[in-house]
Design a protein around this ligand. Sequence first.
Ligand SMILES: NC(=O)c1ccc[n+]([C@@H]2O[C@H](COP(=O)([O-])OP(=O)(O)OC[C@H]3O[C@@H](n4cnc5c(N)ncnc54)[C@H](OP(=O)(O)O)[C@@H]3O)[C@@H](O)[C@H]2O)c1
Length: 402
Amino acid sequence: MTFPKLAATLCLSLVFLYGIFAAGFQYGLHDPSAGAPLYDGPIISDARQKPLRSRFNHETTAAELVEGLDLRGKVIVVTGGHSGTGLEAVKALTSAGATVIALARDVKRAEENLRRIAHVEIEAVDLLQPESIDAFAKKFLAQGRPLHILINSAAIMGIPLERDRRGYERQFATNVLGHFALTARLLPALKRANGARIVNLSSRGHRVSGVLFDDIHFKHTEYSGMRAYAQSKAALVLLTVKLDALLREHKIRAYAVHPGPVPSSDLFAAGRVGSDSRAKVWLARLHARLARVLHVTEALNIVRRPKNVGDLYKTVQQGAATTVWAATSEDLEGFGGVYLEDCNIAVVVPNGSTAPFGVRPWAFDEAAAERLWRFCEEMTGIRFAALAQSSEAPKVIQSSEK
Ligand SMILES: NC(=O)c1ccc[n+]([C@@H]2O[C@H](COP(=O)([O-])OP(=O)(O)OC[C@H]3O[C@@H](n4cnc5c(N)ncnc54)[C@H](OP(=O)(O)O)[C@@H]3O)[C@@H](O)[C@H]2O)c1
């Protein structure tokens, strides 16, 4: 081997090792799930959460899901559509002819990431800023377009305790309240579609905690970043249950999705934006990019060799599959208010279960969904039910009226 070739091979190996280390460090190479025994614990039989015969599975990619699909004429709004699994979902959906409106808090970054994709429009929305949600919705509704699919994918995860200007815990405010308000605001357009779907990105992380109804914003409870994330993701399943029940009569169905464990997305960086230095955000995004380019996800699976399929890491293309399935699959006609994973309706396992799959009862309990709904209406000042009956934009109760 000549010297230049040797040097190039050495450099590539070093970059690859750095990628493995960086992604492994970021996602947790010592992730205990890798060594977990094969789950053979209880599965709860439930009429709503009954898996279907699906042709797809844990390893299906978003591109495979849209093969043969014609989505021309469909209008789709996606939060977080410029990165991670959201970006791969956008690629797949637009390749099938859909028009996507990607909502991003950093429009420049979204333009850069989406520059090679046709049929994409980009609009500024920061889920932590209710007025930016209102401004976008007002603009969109004024265009008179229907909205066939709303994908609420953006999120932050596992951050230290921070509150927004309303005093709300930041993960709950972003992941739950931001999407609650966005969905409410866009309801007239969803109704106009005469058959629409809402896809809420949850996570198997919801297994860590249900909603802390007595202290959602961690005023008294000891804070843990992962517990707050879990709460927000359990809340998204509960809201999906209620949304579906409320909007079914308007031909709008709602689905909650666990995309899979995806170590190479920008989720880790997203939580750092605004609270960590730009250098740290940049580094986290670099690690994710290296993981994608160098196929570190696949390498990590070989190193970790998990026994449970649910613990196998997914690439971003695989991670986008269940979202696209939820948004488009005919198999889901007649179903709604359900939690999906691996392109199927998930089974139910008990609260506190170690299973790396399945939905926990605390996340789809109808009474809890009702209770959370009222909390969200109170916190956002948006009365959703009245809105479902009217064709008007939602009434926002000013805090002085509450
Ligand atoms: N990755 C996983 O292993 C995993 C597992 C289970 C569930 N999920 C869920 O899947 C969904 C997609 O995650 P992903 O892993 O593919 O991550 P991702 O989309 O690469 O990163 C999160 C996205 O959320 C956006 N975002 C964060 N805060 C926002 C705000 N205030 N306003 C508007 N946008 C905001 C970020 O925008 P910036 O670009 O500006 O930061 C980024 O685009 C998330 O809901 C996540 O919780 C992921």
